[in-house]
Ligand binder design. Structure first.
Ligand SMILES: *Cc1c(COP(=O)(O)O)cnc(C)c1O
Length: 402
């Protein structure tokens, strides 16, 4: 039998072992983690809505009408009015003809990509796309060509060399880098080469765009430009689930063909009602989006002045590039000793040699919270200079996933 224990030991040796931390209480910047208070800068709850009273109230108020369980898949008897209303709201919110509600973003990507591309087709996928896109590509059995990150010229060449049906898929906001894909150019290329463009805007929905409709809306792109828009609801929206928005023809097709839509139990319908309550808040959450902008701007100025290497990101995802796995773990641990929680993100989540601390901001962070982060970073800056850290690996018993 395969030596699983040896594989885990190797992982520990390489600084790649992942552990889970125990969180108590609602998700917010101040958390109790393994019994200790920590100030978190690693959540995707960008607007601070995950524990908003309007959302929990909407959930509780819906429960007597909907009950709890989804009971069956959408195609049997699980498609509740609450799900249907959410789909209509999502179509309206994104300015698309229709929307389809999935249980998670992971399942949406698997279902959409494997339904829309198959054997004999070619998928073009950005090298830094999310794991769920990579897995969807594998599941589709199509030929997969990964193009260099954001490189539209390289993609143009690949598209020109390839016949048959083509699908181009990209993150809108890249989850581990925070930059935005060149969506306007991608849309033009896809039109020229008759390729179907799919954008996964898990980290843009709620955060970017005039009313929080995401990176596609921020660039003024329509359903003609980006036919399929995928968004998740567990990040800035603060609830759970995902959606695919686009022309009725495509969402109808997905109802017939997307296996992760067809062969799974519908989400609790009350959750859909809570998500509608969140959408009510998001359009009017301009103040929260401005707050995020202020935090990001000040963080970038001051962390850069401290000598940290940031990435080309204007979004609430502000990774600090470190490189070495052990050094990233050491920095994460040193921050934790000062009460600050930022997880080290290591391969294979990011490319080899590009371990980083993924700092994320929430509109719920106060100026004092940011002061504390910057003071801790100032105190820990020396860790990136010394060569001692990389040479002396320690078993990472206190570091999180990623
Ligand atoms: C988080 C994420 C997903 C997965 O969404 P879940 O709803 O958490 O399953 C998909 N794509 C991207 C880019 C993500 O960051």
């Amino acid at each position: 039998m395969r030596d699983f224990a040896a594989e885990l030991a190797d992982r520990k040796q390489a600084g790649l072992y992942r552990t889970r931390r125990l969180v108590e209480g609602p998700q917010q910047p101040g958390l109790t983690v393994d019994g200790k208070p920590l100030l978190s800068f690693c959540s995707n709850d960008y607007l601070g809505l995950a524990s908003h009273p309007d959302l929990t109230r909407a959930l509780c108020e819906a429960l007597p009408d909907t009950g709890l369980g989804g009971a069956s898949s959408h195609l049997i008897c699980g498609h509740h009015r609450a799900h249907h209303q959410l789909e209509e709201r999502l179509a309206e919110f994104t300015g698309r003809s229709s929307a389809l509600f999935f249980s998670t973003g992971y399942m949406a990507n698997l279902g959409v990509i494997s339904a829309l591309a198959g054997r004999g087709d070619t998928i073009f996928s950005d090298r830094l796309n999310h794991a769920s896109i990579i897995d969807g590509c594998v599941l589709s059995r199509a030929k997969v060509r990964r193009y260099p990150h954001g490189d539209v010229d390289a993609l143009a060449e690949m598209l020109a060399q390839t016949g048959g049906h083509k699908l181009v898929v990209t993150d809108g906001v890249f989850s581990m880098d925070g930059d935005v894909a060149p969506l306007g150019e991608l849309a033009r290329l896809c039109r020229t080469h008759d390729a179907l463009l799919v954008v996964d805007d898990a980290h843009g929905i709620g955060v970017l765009g005039p009313d929080g409709q995401g990176s596609v809306a921020a660039l003024g792109l329509s359903e003609d430009d980006v036919p399929l828009l995928i968004g998740t609801l567990g990040k800035a929206v603060g609830t759970s689930g995902a959606f695919v928005a686009g022309p009725r023809l495509l969402t109808d097709y997905l109802v017939q063909k997307a296996r992760t839509y067809i062969y799974t139990t519908a989400m609790p319908p009350a959750l859909a009602a809570a998500t509608c309550a969140s959408l009510d808040l998001i359009a009017g959450a301009g103040v929260r989006r401005q707050r995020l902008q202020q935090l990001v701007l000040r963080f970038r100025q001051e962390a850069t002045a401290l000598g940290y290497r940031l990435m080309a990101s204007e979004t609430p995802i502000q990774p600090i590039m470190v490189g070495d796995n052990w050094r990233a773990l050491a920095l994460s641990r040193a921050l934790e000793d000062r009460g600050i929680w930022v997880t080290a993100i290591r391969p294979p989540t990011v490319p080899e040699g590009e371990a980083r601390l993924r700092v994320t901001f929430s509109a719920a962070h106060s100026d004092q919270d940011l002061d504390r982060l910057l003071a801790a970073l100032a105190a820990c800056r020396g860790l990136l200079d010394s060569s001692s850290v990389a040479a002396a690996p320690v078993v990472p018993d206190r570091v999180g996933a990623g």
